[in-house]
Design a protein around this ligand. Structure first.
Ligand SMILES: [Mg+2]
Ligand SMILES: [Zn+2]
Length: 188
């Protein structure tokens, strides 16, 4: 397999692609893109990246919305991306709450390991070596760090608070938003 075939990027969803809400994004109607984020994904798609999303969706486990609502949000995202030439290759989500003791709820690494198994089967450790991961929270970046990813914090969503709180891995790059990251990453 060529290096090109393995071109992968992993994005958090809430606060990175769409506007986060303190009361959870519960419907397609409440799912609103952050300005520039869809254009950024289109640029990544056109640059040959497969875009994978890894997102905690404990609102399902808490009963705030249903699986079909989550699917409707993701259909809206795909429908808004398509005319821009953007595409999300896969969405990994954790519907659980802490009490479920799952392996997938970030900061646990389960979703990242699933992504690595799908896109980099047989790759030598660490599982996400040099794969860019973009998040707005420490819980996105800490497990990515242990798997060797290239770490990127955006200041949308909870990003400002995350930066102020501190504790970021030392090699974390910081960007205003996903579009600024993408421009820098792709040199466009
Ligand atoms: Mg987030
Ligand atoms: Zn889970």
């Amino acid at each position: 397999m060529s290096q090109h075939a393995a071109k992968l990027i992993i994005l958090d969803r809430d606060g990175v692609i769409n506007v986060d809400r303190d009361d959870y994004v519960k419907s397609a109607q409440e799912w609103e893109p952050i300005p520039g984020s869809l254009e950024a994904i289109a640029l990544l798609t056109q640059a040959g990246y497969r875009v994978a999303v890894a997102t905690n969706q404990s609102g399902i486990g808490r009963g705030f919305y249903a699986l079909q609502d989550l699917h409707a949000m993701h259909q809206k995202m795909a429908d808004l991306l398509a005319p821009l030439g953007g595409r999300i290759d896969s969405i990994f989500f954790c519907p659980h709450v802490d009490a479920d003791h799952c392996n997938c709820r970030k900061p646990l690494p389960g979703m990242y390991l699933e992504i690595a198994a799908r896109y980099r089967p047989g790759a030598s450790a660490p599982a996400l070596a040099d794969i860019p991961v973009v998040g707005d929270s420490l819980r996105d970046l800490l497990p990515a760090s242990t798997l060797g990813a290239q770490l990127n914090l955006v200041l949308t969503g909870k990003g400002q608070m995350t930066l102020a709180t501190g504790g970021l891995p030392a090699n974390t790059a910081v960007y205003e938003n996903l579009l600024a990251f993408t421009h820098q990453h792709l040199k466009v």
